[in-house]
Design a binder for this molecule. Structure first.
Ligand SMILES: Nc1ncnc2c1ncn2[C@@H]1O[C@H](COP(=O)(O)OP(=O)(O)OP(=O)(O)O)[C@@H](O)[C@H]1O
Ligand SMILES: [Mg+2]
Length: 297
């Protein structure tokens, strides 16, 4: 059976609420009067496929049953973009990775020597251990983050910096409760920045894997490192260091198959992604998937 094409939401000017200052790209929050939730409209960086990357990444997360923000393709006054449903509702707000790390990790603290390389997997794990009071909460948080990092490896998301993950917190009767927020901001994935002739060349020369391996992720391995490993290399190291967290996540992703991605790509309206963008996305995910499956043998 043919699945229907993804809808394109036409965002109306009278729905606009406020501009979102966080993050690097132009975007705004809005609410359709019919809807209970706020949505974030994001313009892609000109000349890139960040909008379709957001949508395809969210659909991959959905198939894998990894908690993610819902994304739709969207149009605002003739401009194409993507739109993301807010998960900060019912009194919950997003407490970003850097805020969590500031309370738990020395290099992020007031007297620390913070650098981007302080955003290491070890520091993130320490922060989870110090944030959650009960072992069950800690384990759950670390498992969720492992799933997000494995998703990043599958889609070559190179932008998992410390404001691109967080906890959803709520204060009720003076008591904080919280859990890891659904994964969001996958705009920098799936080779979205490539120009068509480069994409074509990489495909023709069988160098998609090389492209994946060269990417630098937002999570570092050691604070002293100048650059983060690729999201895929991070998982190769993490599954050895923390098999209890990363093996289940890699097993989950290993169940994904080519036909699931082909279905997702078929559902993206014809003129929203070129033939090469679709072909490259397929080759990229297949490469990463194959590399991760190797880690389970
Ligand atoms: N689904 C969501 N629910 C609640 N808040 C969100 C959601 N998506 C994004 N945000 C908030 O909006 C900010 C900006 O969104 P996002 O990270 O998607 O934008 P960006 O410009 O692509 O960021 P970057 O600088 O990382 O490229 C996030 O850091 C987060 O605080
Ligand atoms: Mg962001």
């Amino acid at each position: 059976m043919n699945e229907p094409q993804y809808p394109v939401i036409e965002v109306q000017p009278e729905w606009v609420l406020e501009v979102e200052a966080m993050g690097s790209k132009e975007k705004f929050w809005y609410r359709d009067r019919e809807d209970k939730a706020d949505w974030l409209f994001k313009y892609p960086k000109p000349g890139t496929g960040q909008h379709w990357a957001e949508k395809v990444a969210a659909e991959i997360a959905k198939v894998l049953q990894i908690r993610h923000a819902t994304v739709e393709l969207a149009l605002f006054m003739g401009s194409r973009g993507s739109t993301t449903e807010s998960f900060a509702r019912e009194g919950r707000n997003l407490f970003h990775g850097n805020q969590i790390l500031a309370g738990s990790v020395r290099s992020y603290g007031p007297s620390g020597m913070f650098r981007h390389s302080s955003h290491t997997l070890d520091n993130i794990r320490v922060a989870m251990d110090r944030t959650f009071a009960y072992p069950h909460g800690r384990e759950r948080a670390k498992l969720a983050l492992a799933e997000y990092l494995v998703l990043d490896a599958l889609i070559a998301n190179v932008d998992r910096h410390h404001e691109n993950w967080g906890l959803l917190r709520k204060n009720a009767d003076g008591q904080w409760t919280g859990f890891v927020a659904p994964t969001f901001d996958h705009a920098s994935s799936l080779g979205r920045e490539l120009l068509e002739d480069r994409r074509e060349l990489l495909l023709k020369e069988g160098r998609v894997g090389q492209y994946v391996e060269k990417g630098r992720g937002g999570v570092f391995w050691a604070e002293a490192d100048k650059r983060g490993p690729s999201p895929l290399e991070l998982i190769r190291r993490a599954i050895k260091a923390y098999p209890d967290e990363f093996r289940p996540a890699v097993e989950k992703v290993a169940r994904f198959d080519r036909s699931a991605l082909e279905t997702i790509l078929k559902r993206v309206p014809e003129d929203w992604m070129s033939r090469l963008e679709r072909e490259f996305t397929l080759a990229l995910v297949c490469y990463s998937h194959h590399e991760m499956a190797k880690l389970l043998t």
